[in-house]
Write a new protein. Structure first.
Length: 537
């Protein structure tokens, strides 16, 4: 229901977002249904359960637009200054998803446990104060449909629908299929957290991800790049994209300076710090939840930069995701694609690299010298689990007698060492410094055309190369295992195999420029070629 309480101040915040990116839609009926539902919910005393300010009403009025049978916006971004009431918007959106649109499970995540617990507490209060909602709880269970405790805070309906509240981590949400994913305080959302949570929506018929946040400050929030990337993609999206972005912010100082110069004026200082009319642009709840004196007190007690970001939603200090991505990307996509050679073959012997990701995806790759002195690299297998690794290694050893097996002694694959050694095999175990040399050396060989890949399809390796970024630790750098996107264990296994090849197998001599006179044939097998993908393992 629209706001009916008295205003607290004469000045009222601007209700329309300064930045509004709306995807194409052909049906807005569900938006009207959502607002009707919210207005109809009542407490036991007959009072409105949720009263939305006009700016809050705009969000369900756009978030539930449809394109065909799907949400026009599969991703919804809401950016507004702190303490303006985005939590109330999330409560309304969640109830609509459950009661109107049949969401089976909503995952409500936050960066801190107290934030997740506070969201759970507020939603529980709504269900208990509204007879219609209270009747929907699963009261047949001992907990009455409401569970407590960090990581186990849930609201469950008699229909089996539920809302789960928890903090984000690289493993949070695994095994929990959902229809709606809420990423609250998304300025602190990491690549690995997003990679763990987005797959929860894979089986949803009509999924939606909702990001809410204040802006990140690139000097304060190292994980703000994820949200910055989403914002930048929304603002540059084409007509078929499915992103909704709504931002109640003040203009940047650069924008204000340019506007003043067009009018033949010059700014003195930053007018945003002292102009209540500007404050109203970044605080739509001004006059509804607080007055100008509250903002003025924040200005007096906070640094100017923090005040601009936290209190005015100033976008001056968003990190540039393109600059960050370019600096951290390990392998240029085109360079990787240029290394495919359908004629590439490895000479005998080869070296085998073994790696396991933190998500327990195992990979085996091989590297061998080519006749022209370059390296042939190839992925043999990448699959979930570790139980298949040792049996496959035994088959490889029997079939081709590799010069070495190489494994990262500090990574998850180290758990396989006991089983490998129990079979009489003695792998080379790399130190952290050697692992850094392996990863760095692989990239340099790819860049300088010293390593070639076969023409066969290797989707896990290609995806790993595309997703690989650097993680620096002192003077060392490694492929980032915690990054989002594809797992990088196939690429790590290749870097290990290449490193072992340099150590354990001599580089063949390059053929002379003019062919020599025929000589007596060498014994069979001295220069056998090995096609690893068709070796019949």
């Amino acid at each position: 229901m629209s706001w009916s309480k008295p205003l607290l101040a004469e000045r009222v915040g601007l209700q329309d977002p300064r930045i509004l990116i709306v995807p194409q839609a052909d049906d807005w009926g569900a938006c009207d249904d959502a607002l009707f539902l919210i207005e109809g919910l009542r407490t036991a005393e007959g009072e409105p359960l949720i009263e939305l300010m006009p700016w809050q009403e705009l969000i369900p009025s756009h978030a539930f637009a449809r394109r065909g049978e799907m949400w026009a916006a599969s991703d919804v971004g809401i950016c507004v200054s702190r303490q303006n009431g985005k939590g109330g918007v999330l409560e309304a959106l969640v109830l609509c998803h459950l009661l109107l649109f049949g969401a089976r499970r909503v995952l409500w995540t936050a960066q801190l446990q107290r934030t997740a617990s506070d969201a759970h507490k507020r939603m529980v209060a709504l269900f208990r104060s509204c007879p219609d909602l209270a009747e929907m709880l699963d009261k047949t269970s001992r907990d009455g449909g409401i569970t407590y405790g960090a990581g186990n805070e849930t609201i469950r309906l008699k229909t089996g629908q539920e809302i789960k509240f928890f903090t984000r981590s690289k493993d949070a949400g695994r095994g929990l299929p959902a229809d709606v994913l809420i990423l609250d305080e998304a300025y602190d959302l990491t690549e690995s957290e997003l990679a763990a949570l987005r797959p929860t929506l894979k089986t949803a018929a009509n999924p939606q991800v909702i990001y809410t946040s204040t802006p990140p400050d690139e000097d304060v929030h190292p994980n703000g790049v994820v949200l910055a990337r989403i914002r930048k993609r929304a603002m540059a999206q084409s007509g078929d994209a499915r992103r909704l972005w709504m931002e109640w912010s003040v203009p940047t100082l650069e924008e204000l300076t340019a506007a003043a110069e067009q009018q033949g004026q010059k700014l003195l200082g930053d007018p945003r710090l002292r102009d209540p009319a500007v404050w109203a642009r970044g605080n739509p709840s001004l006059g509804y939840l607080f007055g100008e004196e509250t903002i003025r007190a924040d200005l007096e007690n906070m640094g100017a930069r923090q005040f601009l970001v936290e209190d005015l939603c100033a976008p001056d200090h968003w990190p540039d995701p393109d600059a960050v991505d370019a600096a951290s990307i390990a392998i240029a996509p085109q360079t990787w694609r240029d290394r495919r050679d359908p004629q590439s073959k490895a000479l005998d012997p080869v070296v085998v690299g073994i790696d396991v990701s933190p998500q327990r995806v195992s990979s085996i790759s091989v590297a061998g010298w080519r006749a022209d002195g370059r390296i042939h690299g190839e992925l043999v297998q990448s699959a979930p689990g570790t139980g298949w690794v040792v049996p496959m290694l035994l088959e490889i050893v029997t079939a081709v007698d590799p010069a070495a097996l190489v494994i990262d002694g500090k990574g998850p694959a180290s758990t396989l060492l006991a089983d490998i050694r129990a079979e009489g095999l003695d792998p080379q175990v790399l130190s952290s410094a050697e692992r850094s040399q392996a990863d760095d050396g692989l990239v340099k060989d790819i860049e300088q055309d010293r390593l070639e890949l076969p023409g066969v399809e290797m989707p896990p390796l290609d995806a790993a190369a595309e997703a690989a970024t650097w993680r620096e630790f002192g003077d060392l750098r490694f492929f980032e295992r915690r990054a989002g996107g594809a797992g990088i264990s196939p690429l790590v296994s290749l870097s290990l195999a290449r490193f072992g090849l340099l150590v354990h197998a001599a580089q063949p001599q390059r053929p002379p420029s003019r062919p020599p006179e025929p000589v007596k044939a060498a014994p069979a097998g001295d220069d056998r070629e090995l096609d690893l993908m068709t070796a019949g393992f």
